[in-house]
Ligand binder design. Structure first.
Ligand SMILES: Nc1ncnc2c1ncn2[C@@H]1O[C@H](COP(=O)(O)OP(=O)(O)OP(=O)(O)O)[C@@H](O)[C@H]1O
Ligand SMILES: [Mg+2]
Length: 249
């Protein structure tokens, strides 16, 4: 994406293909990896969308880990680990950073958010000084509904001038709360933040000042209305009876 003049935090990611022994095995066999050369990020919002299993979480985790985030999510200060299924893809990535460094950052993974919430409680139980949960709105993330706890993170913990890597942020959010999320995203972008987001949500991916990569045999740049997610959702909403007939035949 030549021509971007913004001072973004992450400009692109490059795969050291020469160092990959085989593209036949995980994670190198995935669409998201075996066609990856250099992926350019939008200075504001980059979406990665595509079918289940195409490798969105794998690539996001590797980018976040290469950047210094905990592979299971959180800020750079988290280093808990509950599983050891993380791929070593991050070792093969080169991140091209911008001249400015972010003042805030978060790797948000819907699938392991529970562990982040538990880790905050444990740290606060043994910690001295300011409680970590206070920067998340003050209420235990386990004592809120799934969606409420997601929003608590976006609304309270994300402070702007940040690099935010989000994997399915919509997972627990109702359609109207996804719009709240969109509005928060816009605020944070205006406060000099950069986002990289894997999503299945046609609402979230509607954010206009963005680039959408659809994974389909590699990363393809797509206009919002040309994405499969948008078209399938639109078709379903506009022609529900007909679609149900087809699906249930
Ligand atoms: N630890 C692992 N070992 C081997 N294969 C794995 C491992 N983790 C994931 N995979 C494989 O990699 C593929 C991509 O997984 P990934 O979680 O990156 O997909 P995704 O695009 O995020 O999908 P979704 O939309 O469902 O979240 C999966 O189909 C799975 O077969
Ligand atoms: Mg995923």
């Amino acid at each position: 994406m030549e021509g971007f003049k913004y001072n973004q935090y992450l400009r692109s990611v490059k795969l050291y293909r020469d160092e990959v022994e085989s593209f036949d095995t995980y994670p190198f066999c995935l669409d998201a990896v075996n066609n990856l050369f250099t992926l350019e990020f939008h200075p504001k919002v980059t979406f990665i969308v595509g079918e289940n299993g195409t490798g969105k979480s794998t690539i996001l985790e590797a980018i976040a880990t290469a950047y210094g985030f905990n592979p299971e999510g959180g800020t750079k200060n988290f280093n808990f680990s509950t599983m050891s299924t993380h791929s070593d893809l991050y070792k093969y990535l080169k991140l091209i950073k911008g001249v400015r460094r972010p003042e805030d950052g978060f790797f948000f993974r819907a699938e392991s958010f529970y562990n982040v919430a538990t880790n905050i409680e444990e740290l606060d139980k043994h910690g001295i000084g300011a409680r970590i949960i206070d920067s998340y709105g003050g209420i235990s993330l386990h004592e809120q509904s799934h969606g409420e706890s997601f929003l608590a993170v976006f609304l309270n913990r994300f402070r702007g001038r940040g690099l935010y890597i989000l994997d399915e942020p919509e997972a627990a959010l109702s359609p109207s709360r996804q719009m709240t999320m969109l509005s928060r995203l816009h605020q944070l972008v205006q406060e000099d933040s950069q986002f990289i987001i894997a999503t299945h949500s046609p609402i979230i991916m509607a954010y206009p000042d963005s680039i959408i990569y659809e994974l389909k045999g590699g990363f393809r740049k797509r206009e919002y209305r040309d994405t499969e997610h948008y078209q399938i959702t639109k078709e379903f909403v506009n022609n529900t009876e007909r679609m149900l007939d087809v699906i249930m035949k």
